[in-house]
Design a protein around this ligand. Structure first.
Ligand SMILES: [Zn+2]
Length: 103
């Protein structure tokens, strides 16, 4: 994975390299080389990171979801006597069966 710090290091490093390229190469070639570094190098880094993780698409940091829908399964009730949220038949806090569904 490419974390934020290594990305910044890469950004400033490639910026320095691209500035150096502008000085070494004439104008259109220096710009093209710098663009190529900015485009190709992140792809290269990502491919290498994916290979290190054994390939596949498991590198998405947003893939840890799913808990929201899992929690919303099953009806919850709110006790009318003590306002306690619970599941099941009777309120575990006060034993009252007066309840309403909570969505
Ligand atoms: Zn209650």
């Amino acid at each position: 994975m490419i974390n934020y710090k290594s990305y910044l290091i890469f950004l400033f490093g490639s910026l320095a390299v691209s500035i150096g390229l502008q000085m070494i190469l004439p104008w259109p070639f220096g710009l093209m080389a710098a663009l190529a570094i900015f485009i190709v190098f992140p792809l290269f880094l990502r491919n290498r990171a994916l290979k290190r993780m054994g390939g596949g698409f498991g590198g998405d940091p947003g893939g840890s979801g799913g808990g929201f829908f899992g929690q919303s399964q099953g009806v919850k009730y709110i006790c009318l006597t003590c306002n306690n949220k619970y599941k099941g038949g009777a309120c575990p806090r006060c034993g009252s069966k007066m309840k309403r569904a909570d969505f």
